[in-house]
Write a protein that binds this ligand. Structure first.
Ligand SMILES: Nc1ncnc2c1ncn2[C@@H]1O[C@H](COP(=O)(O)OP(=O)(O)O)[C@@H](O)[C@H]1O
Ligand SMILES: [Mg+2]
Length: 252
């Protein structure tokens, strides 16, 4: 469980301008990707190249695409419990506690009330928030809020986890802490993860494979397998070689 296949995906936005003109913007064209069960794949590219558009299509939050997206062979045509989503904005319920935020999706999933607390607790522990179960969201730091978001997405036990620049709003130090935490969680759960970022170092630190989107309309211009042991050392020479190769590919 957890194979994500994107076939010949394209996306064009149509916007009305004035009473009889429509402007069309083709964001990307003919993107094909195959993410194996348990694989961590990042998509990188400059701002505006269509990373979020691609992720939203996979999440089923955006429609009107060309091509196909399949999760374990089933076509994506809307949001579903087979996909967990984590965004940069926390999208948590501020009036609920940590444990209630994490338990939120379990009801929709049909987990009996008597089991929801235990399932949620397991994921609160997994993301390192033991002891904070009854805190309200407003009392938490940015990094902790993002841990809650991650726990909530994982709690529904989706086949695939989709993450759109989840650490983009955090300060540099917290971001590195969260990258280490995510690496550890991924090693433990072996979830299939599609991760979007514009941060090359973050992509090299976390991914089995990095996919570069560039051009306008964007296409996949490079797929790079990162062959380094985990947890990775950002000062390692090979790590920095990968960074340079990706910088060139992205067009910096
Ligand atoms: N709802 C929309 N309507 C029209 N254009 C959009 C819409 N959403 C995104 N775009 C455009 O599509 C392009 C890709 O956006 P996005 O996927 O957000 O890029 P990224 O996440 O890589 O920064 C941008 O040029 C953006 O302006
Ligand atoms: Mg984006």
């Amino acid at each position: 469980m957890g194979e994500l296949v994107v076939e010949n995906l394209s996306k064009t936005y149509h916007r009305r301008e004035g009473w009889n003109t429509t402007r069309s913007l083709t964001v990307f064209e003919d993107i094909s990707l195959k993410i194996a069960e348990g694989e961590f794949v990042s998509i990188i590219g400059t701002s505006g190249c269509g990373k979020s558009t691609l992720l939203n299509l996979a999440a089923g939050l955006d429609t009107g695409k060309g091509g196909t997206i399949l999760v374990d062979g089933v076509q994506v045509d809307g949001p579903g419990l087979d996909r967990g989503v984590v965004f940069q904005e926390f999208a948590l319920f501020p009036w609920l506690t940590v444990i209630k935020n994490v338990a939120f999706g379990l009801r929709t999933k049909g987990v009996p009330r008597s089991q929801r607390h235990d399932v949620a607790k397991k994921y609160v522990d997994l993301v390192g928030l033991t002891g904070f179960e009854d805190y309200h969201i407003h009392r938490l730091s940015g990094g902790m809020r993002q841990r809650v978001g991650l726990a909530r997405a994982l709690a529904i036990e989706p086949a695939v986890l989709l993450m759109d620049e989840p650490f983009g709003a955090l300060d540099a130090q917290t971001r590195e802490t969260m990258q280490a935490a995510l690496n550890e969680i991924w090693e433990r759960t072996k979830k299939t993860i599609l991760f979007v970022t514009h941060d090359i170092r973050e992509a090299v630190y976390l991914s089995d494979r990095v996919v570069v989107l560039s051009g306008r309309p964007a296409t996949v211009t490079l797929e790079l397998t990162i062959d380094l042991d985990r947890p990775r050392n950002r000062h390692d020479e090979k790590f920095q070689d990968y960074e340079r190769e990706l910088e060139v590919a992205i067009g910096h």
